[in-house]
Structures are given as structure tokens and as C-alpha cells.
Design a protein. Sequence first.
Length: 245
Amino acid sequence: MIAIILAGGYAKRLWPLTLDKPKALLPVAGKPIIDYVLKKILKINPPVRKIIVSTNLRFQPQFEEWLETRGYDDVELVPDSSRNECDKIGAVKALSNIASAISEEFLVLAGDNLFLDELNGFVQFFNEKHSPVVALYHARNLDEAKKSATVILNDNGRIMDFIEKPENPKTTQVGVCLYAFPSRIGMSLKDYVALGLPQDEPGKFIEWLHKVEPVYGYMLNSYLLDIGTLESYKEAENSIKRLSK
């Protein structure tokens, strides 16, 4: 199994913090966000074979400097072709370029999400289903759900309804950019991109995929922090500091 971390965005909502620095390398409680994500991946048993970090050309040198200071094994940086916000190719297309070239199961994680759960239960559930799996959690209210992807499951845990950023949420149960995919989904990503569908939000791919084949939801035990705004960045800083006391 391979793990792919999506860290190629320009995080415009966090400007000026991210004008000259990738969001995944912003410090939270003294440590880059991406280090927290990698720590979770490295605890998976059996271990993943390789970790790929999807970046962009503009911030690639900063990721190279970061990686040189770490003792991570089997971590590879793969930049897309973009150098700024205007010519970005989008997270889904970048993922497609990577995933369509591999022939094994793969995890997809956002490089800006902080969560407490370990990933062994998530991977075990995926191994039982042999189908795509999306991690879920409960948003704190409907306003928060509007900024996420609401998810409705059937009794078997299959996703029956998945709406990215709904105007009128039917539930506070939401999906996050933490996915487990069989190898064949690399070609599904390629098909999705070829259709000209939205390529910047991974949730849009799930919205399409669950109508094409069975996709299942796995409920996390704890809350997840999606660092997308200055407010959520400050919240992440405070939360990690509280937990470390």
C-alpha cells in the first residue's frame, strides 16, 4: 500500500501566512502540519511501502529543505506543473497523475488535516470491504457542515448520498479527505479528469465515484480539524497545545 499526501495547494484563504510558504509546512505547536499527518501514516501496521507528497513547483524547494531535516524513509516528493494560484492544476488532477501510474492500493490524505484517530482501524475496514472508503466525523453544527461534504449511509455503511459543500445540509455527518482506494481507482480518477469535472476539490471526485460504484464510510472516533482559514489555524494551535499539556 502507498500513501499519498495532498500538499500542492496555495491556500489563498490563509494569505498572508501562505503567500510564501505552503500550508502543510505551517507550524502548529512548533511542528509543521504535515509532520502530524506523517506520524499517523507511520503508525500503520503493516507499514505502507512508500509515502508520496504531492506538491507544486513553486514550493517544492521548501519541501525538499523540510525533508532533508527529517529522518523519514521512503518519502518521495512529486511536484505538479504549477507555479502559482493562477496556473494550478487542482488536487484531483495531481492525484490522478500519481495514482494512474501505480498498481497497488493507496491511501489519500490531505496535508492540512489534523486528527487524533490512529489509522489501523480505518485500513482494516478498507481491507474488509475491498472497496473505496471515506473517513467521516460529526461536524459541530449545520454551518460547519455547509463547508464540508455531508454523507448519508445505509445500514451496511455504504454511502448513499454525498454532497460537497451543500447549501442546506441534511446531516452533520461529513466526509473528510482521508480515503482508502483499491488500485483500480487510479483509472477512475483518470476517467473523472477526462470528463472535465471539477478538479480542485477531492470531495467532488467522491461525489461522482459513489454513483459509479460502492463507496463506504468509516466513522472516526474523534473530531477532525481542517485547517483552511486563519480561525481554524488558530484553533488547531490551541487544541494541540492543550493536548500536549
